[in-house]
Design a binder for this molecule. Structure first.
Ligand SMILES: [Zn+2]
Ligand SMILES: [Zn+2]
Length: 669
């Protein structure tokens, strides 16, 4: 009843209309000299002429935020010039903290300044106090960021982009704000989920959540093996209209989750894209690389850099465990997914608690017991307020993979073996995730004397992404973070060689010394790995080691499955390459939860979702995992059997309201 009443009066789901919210803010903060209230992205920005008043009356703002249940930021209309503000900031931060004038960058749209600090613990003052002091004196809100260990061009370029185009960014934020904080039109009527990709397959993740009031797209990925429209999610479906989308939520920066984001902008989407900050940084890098790679291979990329830039203007970064309004009836919370840096499980709270969906994206979940010093990220979060349905990945749902410990041992043995026979060890890695994991493992093995001082060539984007990893060290697992704090670099040492040009690539291939070569792409669908492979495949002294999932149809999968003659086109002529090098699979490094980890995750998950939807897996993996859940629901902590669904792409699953079904529906394909 109350819902219906709210709808009639055009209220938001919290019972307050926009007008009421604005009125409350005006009244409560009038002494601060309000000059404007703007809906900027997911936040309400209050512009004041007297920021000191706000600092002295912090409670008023936090109470207001609680009452209206929205994020409020106070911005100062009066700000010192960047030069004056920079001077002040350098005065209050002690010299030992290692901040240079270039380390302070100003974002005029948000009234924020980013301060890169080498030694944040040397600031000698509570961060909040420092922030308040600077805001009160200069009008700028500062953000303290630890300087990355490695220089990252992409981070500098992203900050540069926002600084250069403040008008576009402001326009984007305002239009997003207007849409998020619009009053409800028809209210939450139902909850439907439709997969446009990643159901019954690994790749092109794209899932629509439709509530009647709003439409939210979870991920917009590309398929690793498909080409042309087969690589895209099924955006041709009648349920999908770019102009109806309220928001896009992105779980992590792998191509199968972000690859087609810019395509939405090419088709005219001008709404928000929510992701964590590291996901944004890595995504920009990955998407640029995707375009360049296609061009180099003579293929037409589906979008251009301009579309990537437009996307950047509409990107809103959200930290873990922060509730954000993404539509009038939907709130989003990201939590750590443990899969790659910045990866998140997305929790959607729909219609004032009517329904809650947890979408895992890709997850890694492991026990914290034992030596975990080479694990880069903590395992996925598993405790939530409410969950009615979970959409969970099932990449390794069919068979148990070896343990991480065994995998490390095997890799180290392999390095020693190749070293002794004077060969080259070729490891195709994804630039994001596996690349850093393998670097960390090899680096540690070298320091502990477990492998000889063999040169490690790192080719492709791996190095740039590693720089981004070191920029977000607070998100890394404790042992790695502690190593960085001690001044060590867990990824790079004196045997690591960064391959930037073809000279170095030639050295890696033709030098007489043994070597390890890490190169992209991870499934051998392009990238520098192919050049190495063609040159090294016919010598049995060498070896090719796969350390991650290989999708059907990719060159990696074909070699794993035994293909021993690969045809490559060179100047219009097909030439065979015979695979004589040793081929090996070491699966224990996977960034995905193994079968037992998936079951353990469901066992630990609180509370228990009534509906379990399996996706992101090939059918044998999906059905095998589904059957395992069906057989062991009691052991997983359920009192009654959960509903297990294995939908196909384009199937519409109605989650709310629905009749309670006693039997388990488990579909077979
Ligand atoms: Zn992934
Ligand atoms: Zn994935």
């Amino acid at each position: 009843m109350s819902d219906q009443k709210n709808e009639k009066e055009g209220r938001t789901q919290h019972g307050l209309s926009r007008k009421q919210i604005i009125l409350m803010l005006w009244q409560a903060l009038k002494d601060a000299g309000i000059s404007g209230i703007e809906f900027e992205g997911p936040e309400i920005a209050v512009y004041v002429s007297n920021p000191k008043y706000i600092l002295e009356n912090e409670k008023i703002v936090s109470n207001l935020a609680k009452t209206i249940r929205k994020r409020i930021v106070v911005r100062s209309k009066k700000r010192l010039s960047p030069e004056e503000a920079r001077k002040f900031i350098l005065q209050v931060i002690p010299r030992e903290a290692g901040v240079t004038p270039e380390d302070i960058q100003f974002d005029d749209v948000l009234g924020e300044a980013k301060v890169l600090v080498q030694y944040p613990d040397k600031i000698g003052m509570n961060l909040r106090r420092l922030q308040n002091l600077v805001l009160g004196e200069t009008g700028w809100r500062i953000q303290i960021i630890k300087k990355p260990l490695l220089k990252s061009e992409i981070l500098e370029r992203i900050i540069g982009h926002y600084l250069e185009k403040p008008k576009e960014r402001r326009k984007a934020l305002r239009s997003i704000g207007e849409r998020v904080f619009r009053d409800m039109i028809i209210g939450t009527r139902h909850v439907r989920v439709i997969g446009f990709g990643s159901f019954g397959e690994v790749g092109r993740s794209a899932i629509l959540v439709d509530t009647g009031e709003s439409k939210i797209l979870l991920d917009a990925g590309a398929s690793p093996s498909g080409s042309g429209p087969d690589a895209y999610p099924m955006f041709h479906a009648p349920e999908f209209r770019v102009e109806d989308l309220d928001a896009v939520v992105v779980t992590h920066a792998h191509l199968d989750h972000v690859g087609m984001l810019p395509l939405l902008f090419k088709y005219g989407y001008r709404g928000p894209v929510y992701m964590t900050e590291p996901t944004r940084d890595i995504a920009i890098l990955v998407l640029k690389d995707y375009i360049e790679l296609m061009r180099r291979e003579g293929r037409d990329p589906p979008y251009t850099l301009k579309d990537v830039e437009t996307m950047l203007n509409y990107t809103i970064t959200v930290p873990y465990n922060t509730v954000t309004d993404v539509a009038p009836d939907t709130k989003l919370t990201f939590s750590n997914a443990g899969h790659i840096l910045g990866s998140a499980v997305a929790h959607l709270h729909i219609g004032q608690g009517l329904y809650n969906i947890l979408y895992t994206g890709d997850i890694k979940y492991y026990r914290i017991k034992g030596d975990k010093s080479t694990r880069l990220l903590p395992p996925a979060a598993y405790q939530f307020h409410r969950i009615e349905a979970i959409i969970i990945e099932s990449t390794y749902g069919a068979t148990e993979t070896q343990s991480r410990e065994e995998a490390e041992k095997e890799l180290i043995e392999m390095v020693n073996k190749i070293y002794k026979r004077g060969g080259k060890l070729l490891v195709p890695v994804m630039a994001v995730g596996r690349g850093q994991e393998i670097l960390a493992v090899l680096n540690r093995a070298y320091k502990e004397g477990k492998i000889p001082p063999v040169k490690i060539y790192v080719d492709g984007m791996v190095y740039e992404v590693t720089a981004i990893y070191t920029a977000y060290m607070n998100l890394l697992a404790k042992p790695i973070r502690e190593a960085i704090e001690r001044g060590e670099n867990p990824f790079i040492s004196d045997i690591t060689i960064y391959v930037r040009d073809s000279d170095k690539r030639q050295e890696a291939i033709y030098s007489s010394e043994p070597a390890i070569i890490l190169a992209t792409s991870g499934m051998m669908q392009g990238g520098p790995i192919l050049e190495y492979f063609k040159a090294l495949a016919e010598d049995p002294k060498n070896a090719l080691v796969f350390v991650s999932y290989q999708a059907p149809g990719t060159l990696g999968r074909r070699i794993v499955e035994g293909e021993r003659e690969i045809m490559f086109e060179e100047n219009g002529v097909l030439k065979p390459v015979r695979v004589k090098l040793e081929v090996k699979r070491i699966e224990g490094f996977t960034g995905h939860a193994t079968r037992s980890e998936l079951l353990m995750y469901l066992r630990h998950l609180r509370p228990k979702p009534r509906t379990i939807i399996l996706n992101h897996g090939e059918y044998p993996a999906l059905t095998s995992l589904g059957l395992a859940i069906k057989r062991s629901w009691e052991r997983l902590g359920y009192k009654t059997p959960p509903e297990i669904l294995i939908p196909e792409n384009l199937e519409s699953i109605r989650l709310y309201p629905r009749y309670y079904k006693k039997n388990i529906s488990l579909l077979y394909h």
